[in-house]
Design a protein around this ligand. Structure first.
Ligand code: SF4
Length: 508
């Protein structure tokens, strides 16, 4: 029997699935995160998880992206040998047309994050194409499609090692996870690929992330294979590290550990880790020739009943009048609510600012950082009556190499991003008595609701990387590095690791 798959059905199904997963978290993920919230004892981690859960429900209701980074599309296709295509385009062209339609959908426009010529001009392709496509021809008469939209912050923390066959895989993972920092927006899932060759191990790690969360069912029934044992060992070991939500210290760092393996060379033990983040986005469907596939609308009653509210002890800060003297009193881990004007800027804008400053050229009109804060963000374009689309923080570590020049030459008072700062960033912060604050990665729609006005002030050609001026009201952030260089991402996990080890606090 031959199955005929029509071009429009395939393109439409891909586009619909990408839209769907931009605003619906998988129910297994949201249930596991709800459980983590219930168990969490660290106030900072609990607050961060509450923001992510609240954001998730808002996005499901509003059909807007769970994160401003709407990801690079990765597709796994299994095409049956009895499938015939009624199509003019190649399969890859059809996938990319589906991506194009999904990301440019005017009802829920998604952020285009893909740049061509990655080692050169890095020019945005404007429609988030091309996808990364892996295709297999298999027996059968259906097309199985697995789609993911992978955020850059978590993809950037992928790791790979060629271990010796006698090395301990779990030990390598437990050594490696702390080096991944918090840029992958934990709590999330670790995908681990073992065996094959270097590229096969990476592919296995990515595909493993698409399987449902079931670690607690595994624990309940007990391990049956070596991979089951490894999953449990790594899951418990990583959670005992105390890294916690957003890397602020806490009981849950991973919600599951998924492993796929493949036979390998007798001399080799390739192992890959790819983390999935708070914006866990994937969808699966099968085409059998009966038309365009509609994924089931989830029941919002399955979302945990968590409604984030600002911490009662949060310090209220007026950004239009804040002084160096005032910020000197802020402590790592302290929650703040920011109101007033901030400028935005991320990688490309920092590069341009640094070039201008280093060459003695004035910054563009309207770009004055004196006594101001910069927010590392690349927002989604607004739709309907929105002032700005989802606008969560991007990983601050990438801006470390620009921090000295920004603080020394522009009068900047502080920065807002996500994840830890590196040594160069912290040194500059300490030297210039500045501060670094974090917003919650993966709570982008919630954060965007604090933005009352938005206008582009420089570099409009950079698209989402342009410099905007936002006026915010009660934007929730946490002090991550104080004026003395004390860092919550060091003290928080150290404290919770010790609590888990010595006080018999039970991680997830
Ligand atoms: S949740 Fe964090 S790592 Fe994931 S896409 Fe959003 S900002 Fe990036």
């Amino acid at each position: 029997m031959t199955t005929i798959i029509r071009q429009d059905d395939f393109i439409g199904s891909v586009a619909d699935a990408l839209q769907y997963m931009s605003y619906y978290h998988p129910v297994d993920y949201i249930t596991a995160l709800g459980e983590a919230y219930r168990r969490e004892q660290s106030p900072a981690a609990r607050d961060a998880i509450a923001q992510i859960l609240t954001n998730s429900r808002m996005c499901a209701q509003g059909h807007r992206p769970v994160c401003q980074d709407t990801g690079i599309v990765v597709v796994f296709l299994k095409v049956g040998m009895q499938v015939q295509w009624d199509a003019d385009l190649s399969v890859e062209e059809m996938v990319n047309e589906g991506v194009r339609r999904a990301y440019l959908d005017p009802d829920n426009v998604l952020r285009a994050s893909i740049v061509a010529d990655p080692a050169g001009a890095r020019k945005n392709t404007r429609d988030n194409t091309p996808a990364v496509i892996h295709m297999q021809i298999v027996p059968g008469h259906t097309v199985e499609v697995k789609l993911a939209a992978k955020g850059g912050g978590s993809e950037n923390q992928a790791r790979f090692a060629m271990l010796n066959p006698s090395d301990n895989i779990a030990a390598w993972v437990l050594e490696t996870v702390p080096t991944m920092g918090a840029g992958w927006c934990p709590p999330g899932i670790l995908g681990i690929g073992i065996g094959g060759t270097a590229e096969k191990a990476m592919l296995l790690a990515k595909e493993a992330l698409l399987d449902p969360i079931d670690i607690h069912a595994l624990k309940a029934r007990g391990p049956k294979t070596r991979l089951d044992e490894l999953r449990m060992e790594i899951f418990d070991g990583v959670n005992a590290l105390g890294i916690g939500a957003q890397g602020l210290g806490g009981l849950t760092t991973v919600l599951d550990v998924k492993i796929l393996d493949y036979p390998t060379h007798a001399a080799s033990l390739p192992v890959a880790i790819i983390p999935n983040c708070a914006a866990t986005r994937h969808a699966h469907f099968v085409m059998d020739g009966t038309g365009r596939v509609a994924l089931p609308v989830p029941n919002l009653d399955d979302w945990p009943q968590v409604n984030w509210a600002p911490a009662p002890n949060a310090r209220r800060v007026n950004l239009d009048t804040v002084t160096r003297q005032e910020i000197a009193g802020w402590k790592p881990g302290e929650p703040l609510l920011l109101s007033g004007r901030i400028l935005t800027g991320r990688d490309a804008a920092h590069r341009r600012i640094a070039d201008l400053v280093n060459s003695g050229t004035a910054l563009p009109p309207g770009v004055d950082f004196t006594n101001r804060f910069i927010y590392y963000v690349g927002p989604v374009d607004p739709v309907r009556d929105e002032i700005v689309g989802p606008a969560g923080p991007t990983t601050a570590t990438r801006m470390d190499k620009f921090t000295e020049v920004m603080l020394a030459k522009t009068g900047l008072l502080g920065m807002i991003g996500k994840a830890e700062r590196g040594a160069a960033g912290i040194d500059a912060i300490r030297r210039h008595k500045a501060v670094y604050l974090i917003a919650v990665g993966g709570a982008a729609y919630l954060v965007s609701k604090a933005i009352r006005s938005s206008r582009i002030v420089a570099f409009p050609d950079l698209g989402m990387e342009a410099i905007y001026e936002f006026e915010v009201e009660n934007m929730p952030v946490v002090v991550a590095v104080d004026t003395e260089g004390n860092a919550a991402h060091s003290t928080g996990p150290a404290e919770w690791r010790q609590r888990i080890a010595t006080l018999k606090v039970i991680p997830s």
